[in-house]
Design a protein around this ligand. Sequence first.
Ligand SMILES: [Zn+2]
Length: 573
Amino acid sequence: MRAGTLLFPTLREAPAEAQIASHSLMLRAALIRMLASGLYTYMPLGTRSLQKITNIIREEMNNAGGQEFIFPILLPKELLTPSGRWEIFRQELFRLKDRHGSDHALGATHEEAFTELVGREVRSYRQLPINLYQIHTKFRDEIRPRFGVMRSREFIMKDAYSFHADDASLDATYNTMSETYRKIFKRVGLDVVSVKADSGAMGGSGSEEFMVLCDVGEEEIISCTDCDYRANAEKAECKSEYRSEEPAQSVAKAATPNVSTIKALEEFFKVEASKFIKTLIYQREDKSHAAVLIRGDLDVNETKLANYFGGETPVLADDKAVREITGARTGFAGPVGMKKKIPIIADNSIKTVFNGITGANEDDAHLTNVNLTRDFTPDAFVDLRLVKAGDNCIQCGGKLKSNRGLELGHVFKLGKKYTEAFKVTVLDEANKDIVPTMGCYGIGVNRTLAAVIEQHHDEKGIVFPISVAPFEVSIALLDTDGAIREAAERIYNELRAAGADVLLDDRNERPGVKFNDADLIGIPIRITVGKRGIAAGTVELKLRREKDKADVPVADIVARTLELRKKLFQELS
Ligand SMILES: [Zn+2]
């Protein structure tokens, strides 16, 4: 393509609204423009990069046996009802009515559509396994769209759904997809970490997230500094620290007027936070209550608590309920002598508190020297603690650290949730109806592009991996004089004929402008054709990621460039 006919209005200054490098550079390099909050237009350069990513995904999905579909984006309410998602996606779903008043939604994900289709079209176990996918637009009504295309309201996703007659078959496809994702991310030049999570009911590792470490990531990843342990903070576990047992002393009541927070208690009693038994009263969905105990220096991981409660989100009880249950106002609850009997769930850390201090279930009073078993017995011990950097690794005891991670892809064993909801059955070998089991596999395409830029840029702009760059080679034509233009045109045509993706910068601009734009856009290979070089029979060859330039004889430049191009691609395979 010729730069003179390409619409790429690059910006010299970083736009004020962009808080992160990828957002700023995508705007500056004219990859995208914002249409409205969370809605972006892909300009020609951005479209080229995005298409290169989708092509890589498509190739690898097809290699892995995937079959591509295009489903409607507009989904009728009836399709989202059996799975309950019309209700569950309360805020996220864009809803609309057609002219007849029928409810519809813009697809946020397509489990239902694929499952319903398989239910109608697949009859026998012999047709399984199948792995169906699409690369298509999705919509989510984000509460706060931000960071450019990292979190937008409209985005492109590759979503795949596999269907199986048995768990062994699901395991095999799940593993293939996990491998496929590694290949995809390598080919686009991304360093990803994968976080395996146990999704409980499925047994084994039922879920793996592919993330890039990046400050604006919405997830916290806990990893070990000594071994390969890595987990989402929501699920991370750690080893309990050892604390030597102390001889039990007698319980005593202490007046603690208006001292109710752990911080205030630490100051009041002049002891460390780990001496306290924090008691939190939660309200369940059925309006019953439960007390949760955790050591004073720790916090409850509400995701773990939600899992313990069977998936319902716990909420802290209000002051009125706290008073009814404990007999005191909020801040003075404890496991000893509660007015109303409710289940007491203790985090494992409670086992390391000896002669602890806890609320007396009485306004302005605490109990000291409280001990497990002698003074109270929880109904259950559960791992509820929020793991932090510095805690001990559950695998090796080493120190854990914390990073932000941005999720790009997810492979997940769904099981029979959707096939059961849609009453999908196929005939097995014995001609008996069985319910197929499912896997699902997503990749966010736009955020993959943004993540590539987060990982590959410098002070001059983007440093694209060749596989994703809008163009592989740029030719800066510095003088438009006959012989010079002719040389540049010849190089351009020969490279294109050999399959290279080339931008010929034939604009009537100063050399500095051309170099700056090529650097900002991040084109991996640059050839400079100028008066001085041509007089000496050479052109200049430079890699975007390196400082050095080389003068190459005009006769050799096409071969040298193609060789370099091949090498850059090989690095990504
Ligand atoms: Zn470890």
